[in-house]
Design a protein around this ligand. Structure first.
Ligand code: MN
Length: 222
């Protein structure tokens, strides 16, 4: 099931700084990462480690912590595990050309004892990231089209986590700052007034009756 041949076919590794198509396994074998990616359109690439690769979905609006909100998640090609560390710029004109940020990072656990890369219809899992925690589900609707949604639990909030915590979990940079540092298109990567970008990198669990709180952290990818 897991294969990096499509990943390899789409990229020229002498032109892009993205990692090569090598399979490997992290210590836990259950890493998850979300990359905020300003290509033609802004989207969030949601990736779960399984069988030596990162199973991947492109989520145009990003994840929502509101259990009544379903977010479209288009299944895309498996990515190498090393991709989780990739934050930088894919040259314009190359596949996925634009700026990439490591938006959230952590581990996950399937909620049932199931084969993650063989899941055809539904995949329930618990995330243990900095921004995203708790119970989630991916449900396939047709073809490569899935829906990502949050189950109601202690980590539910109606606030938009993508707006509350917009910057990199690794470097606290905004997309425009990553583009600036790595020689990308700053204007294309800009998502609003840089002075108004919150630098928080997490959303704390909610106490009953209170609003979501945020915290700062500096965490490096293993
Ligand atoms: Mn992408």
């Amino acid at each position: 099931m897991a294969s990096l041949s499509e990943y390899k076919k789409k990229r020229k590794f002498d032109k892009t700084p993205e990692p090569g198509p090598t399979k490997k396994k992290t210590k836990t074998g259950r890493m998850f990462v979300i990359q905020k990616h300003r290509a033609t359109q802004l989207h969030y690439d949601f990736r779960l480690e399984a069988d030596g690769v990162l199973k991947s979905w492109a989520v145009p609006k990003g994840p929502s912590l509101d259990p009544t909100v379903k977010r479209l998640a288009m299944e895309v090609e498996d990515h190498p595990v090393d991709y989780a560390k990739f934050e930088g710029v894919i040259p314009e004109g190359e596949y996925g050309g634009g700026t990439v940020m490591v938006w959230d990072y952590g581990t996950y656990a399937p909620e049932k004892d199931e084969d993650v890369s063989a899941a055809l219809k539904k995949l329930k899992f618990t995330l243990n990231g900095e921004k995203l925690k708790g119970s989630w589900v991916l449900v396939r609707t047709r073809g490569r089209q899935w829906l990502l949604l949050k189950h109601r639990d202690y980590y539910t909030t109606e606030e938009e986590v993508t707006e509350l915590a917009p910057v990199s979990i690794l470097t606290r940079r905004s997309l425009a700052e990553i583009a600036e540092d790595e020689g990308g298109d700053i204007k294309k990567a800009a998502t609003g007034d840089p002075k108004k970008i919150p630098r928080r990198t997490g959303v704390k669990r909610r106490k009953k009756g209170s609003k979501a709180k945020v915290w700062h952290s500096n965490r490096s990818v293993a």
